[in-house]
Design a protein around this ligand. Structure first.
Ligand code: PGA
Length: 268
């Protein structure tokens, strides 16, 4: 696993966007696994800038998102503030600003009539696309990857998961408060890719910023592998994994000097 430390959120986002752009240029029909949340917004802004100013082309790129709230769907008729689906988030924060084809973007269907069946179908769609070339991941305050909450099997597949109180609190901060939703109105369930599904991606980019992620980042990458911190599954990952952090999120790492040394040696 490579650990890359950048001075601040902007530099973390720039590094991450550069890595994604490099893949898109090398393999224009690549399959990207995408994430929602506050952390990737800067990365998406930089990708949009690269599209507008550098001609970065997404017309053949296919995407699969990690997760979606159950019971919520994207309604283009509603304003952003009234629609808290992750499909909407992706549309507003990335897809509508670039030349990606809507039919090439997949977000789990939170309004499916048969969510269990949908989960199997989602796994099949990923396989049929040839697998995910690069999976972008944040890390939740409770150590989750996607919505794989503490106690999720590290071999889990796409399925319905019950959200922890901490996740509800964290996400309420981000989306719901602004939209005037009440905490009680938040969905308690979500469709999420499993940890086993994520570990099949051909490469992984995990990003985190800010002091409040420092402890959970340390647990995930330097603590024991445990289903209590599902992002610790990164330690079981066989492919190329890169963790991109800002100084604050890296501030509790025990081996920080070693990570900086590795980056310098590799670059030289
Ligand atoms: P955040 O969420 O980017 O909003 O901190 C990360 C996550 O829950 O994976």
């Amino acid at each position: 696993m490579d650990v890359i430390i950048r001075s601040d959120y902007e530099q973390m986002s720039l590094y991450t966007a550069n890595r994604i752009a490099e893949l898109v240029r090398k393999k224009p029909d690549c399959v990207l696994g995408l994430a929602t949340g506050g952390t990737p917004i800067g990365t998406y802004r930089e990708l949009i800038r690269k599209h507008r100013e550098e001609g970065l082309c997404f017309s053949k790129v296919r995407t699969f998102n990690l997760d979606e709230y159950l019971g919520i769907g994207f309604n283009p008729e509603q304003p952003y503030s009234a629609d808290q689906s992750y499909a909407r988030f992706m549309h507003e924060e990335l897809f509508r600003h670039i030349d990606i084809l809507p039919e090439n973007t997949r977000v789990p269907d939170g309004l499916s009539d048969n969510p269990e069946e949908f989960c199997k179908h989602y796994e099949k769609a990923i396989r049929e696309a040839g697998g995910i070339d690069l999976q972008l991941l944040g890390i939740g305050g409770d150590g989750h990857w996607a919505f794989n909450e503490p106690g999720s099997s590290l071999a889990s597949r796409t399925r319905i998961e019950t959200l922890t109180r901490q996740t509800l609190d964290d996400n309420y901060e981000l989306f719901y408060r602004a939209a005037g939703f009440l905490r009680e109105d938040m969905p308690h369930f979500a469709i999420t890719m499993g940890i086993g599904t994520i570990l099949e991606a051909k490469s992984i980019l995990m990003i985190a910023n800010g002091k409040k992620k420092a402890n959970v980042v340390r647990q995930a990458i330097e603590g024991p592998v445990t289903s209590q911190i599902t992002a610790s599954a990164i330690q079981l990952y066989a492919g190329k994994a890169t963790v991109v952090l800002d100084e604050e999120a890296a501030s509790e790492l025990k081996n920080i000097d070693h990570y900086r040394h590795c980056e310098k040696v590799i670059a030289s």
